[in-house]
Design a binder for this molecule. Structure first.
Ligand code: PLP
Length: 459
């Protein structure tokens, strides 16, 4: 055994002994029955573990390393800022140059009706900020009873107490006592999961909207603060909305005075082939949640982009009530903001938004060609570089595999061939969301490796 092998073994043992991992089977990890890879480096779409194994990363880690690995522009911006001013807080109107520059860059890219950005550190905390600001808005307007938040089953909005309540994956609720009271879930907008086989797509969309109206009427519109949704559902299965869905939802919300939170933690900054999913689907949100792609995860940073109509009320309210009592020590952190400025600049210079659209289109077409007729493939779907293949025991008779029985095996067979894809929870879905710099050749390699892995696991 080489010295390097021995060090890696030691690291794995120390990891099992000392580190509690997110979304991991605690006992199996502690006993060493499962252990992830210890990653050590990367370049472009390739990530390398400590043993020197190279992987084409078809999921940009957790759909976040959007500019790719090893970008010196971002690393240098972080180092420069840490040397100059590692930190000063932004409470009481204090500021720093990178945060100011980044706020301008975000607002230049955001839909025109948006007004300001508040910075946090994770997608979860940004969603909590949005909920608090939605409550604050209704209180200032004299409607303090508007407390309830509607999101959707299969949504992922984070794993805090409020954001975890908004999440619509039961695995995040059971044995945590969530969701909190007042956090409601509407149906997942996914035709494949329609309640009745015979329903056509138009009837299915009507049903979704009627059910949403009914939920609002039953709860009382005067008790509902906001509706939250990912423009394209991510972790719940990479599920694009049925055509026309967002326009109809928006109409219902507007009619009932309910604010819209567009959670663009995944879709923000280019993943769908548009700068924001809100642009892509014509949403008019009151809040846009951003994180991941904002810094390409080089350092943590999130944001809540706030609409003019909400800001006007907050501005007027503070004249009367004083300080906004909300914020985190690390809000508008200068090092994170410097990484954000470098990342957004790189997204422009490398034309990554356009690349996501063009390579994404070819990637999807190649998936269709390689696997569209496979007996277990129920659906190939997605927008830009956010794609999924869903497997069923029998798609024609709509018989499902037991959740997470097939997709994890396919993902493991892919990893053995040097490609990372993500089996998405509570289904049998293989997701792709690579760095936005992925080339056509890399996309085709993902497809070829998936086809081999599917042949190995399902025949
Ligand atoms: N919202 C969406 C749509 C996400 O996909 C995620 C994370 O994957 C979050 C929120 C939570 O972000 P974080 O893990 O940074 O708290």
């Amino acid at each position: 055994m080489s010295l390097e092998d021995r060090i890696n073994d030691d690291l794995a043992a120390w990891d099992a002994a000392h580190l509690l991992h997110p979304t991991t089977h605690i006992a199996n990890h502690a006993k060493g029955i499962i252990s992830g890879r210890i990653m050590a480096g990367g370049e472009g779409c390739t990530v390398v573990d400590r043993d020197g194994n190279r992987f084409l990363d078809g999921f940009a880690a957790l759909y976040c390393v959007n500019v790719g690995y090893g970008r010196t522009q971002v690393a240098d911006a972080i180092a420069k800022q840490a040397h100059e001013l590692a930190f000063f807080h932004s409470f009481a109107g204090n500021s720093n140059e990178p945060a100011i520059r980044l706020a301008m860059m975000v607002m230049d890219r955001a839909p025109a009706h948006m007004s300001r950005v508040f910075f946090g550190l994770s997608g979860s905390d940004a969603n909590e900020t949005n909920v608090k600001l939605a409550w604050h808005y209704h209180i200032l307007r004299g409607e303090p009873a508007r407390r309830k938040i509607i999101s959707r089953w299969r949504a992922y909005h984070g794993s805090g107490i409020v954001s975890g309540s908004m999440t619509g994956l039961p695995g995040y609720h059971t044995r945590m006592g969530l969701p909190l009271p007042g956090f409601l879930h509407a149906a997942t907008p996914h035709y494949l999961r329609r309640p009745d086989d015979a329903m056509d797509e138009a009837a299915y969309l009507d049903r979704l909207i009627t059910d949403l109206e009914r939920l609002i009427e039953t709860e009382g519109p005067e008790t509902i603060a906001a509706f939250a949704g990912e423009p394209v559902m991510g972790t719940g299965g990479i599920i694009p909305p049925p055509p026309g869905y967002w326009a109809r939802v928006q109409e219902v919300l507007d009619r009932h005075g309910i604010l819209l939170i567009a959670d663009e933690v995944v879709t923000g900054f280019g993943r769908t082939g548009s700068m924001f999913g809100s642009d892509h689907f014509g949403l008019r949100p009151d809040f846009i949640t951003i994180a991941k792609g904002l810094t390409s995860a080089y350092v943590p940073l999130s944001g809540s982009i706030i609409s003019k109509r909400v800001m006007d009320v907050l501005l007027a309210g503070s004249e009367e009530h004083g300080v906004l009592a909300h914020g985190f020590t690390y809000s508008a952190h200068p090092v994170s903001a410097a990484a954000g400025v470098a990342t957004l600049d790189l997204i422009d210079r490398m034309e990554l938004v356009a690349n996501a659209g063009t390579v994404g289109g070819k990637f999807k077409a190649a998936l269709q060609e390689a696997l569209g007729k496979h007996k277990n493939v129920a659906e190939i779907r997605g927008e830009g570089l956010m794609l999924a293949v869903e497997f069923m025991a029998d798609p024609v008779r709509r018989e499902w595999f037991a959740p997470m029985t097939v997709a994890p095996k396919i993902a493991a067979a892919m990893q053995a061939r040097g490609v990372i894809a993500r089996p998405l929870p509570e289904g049998n879905i293989i997701g792709f969301a690579p760095p936005l710099c992925m080339t056509e050749a890399e996309a085709f390699r993902c497809v070829a490796v998936l086809a081999d892995a599917v042949a190995e696991v399902l025949g």
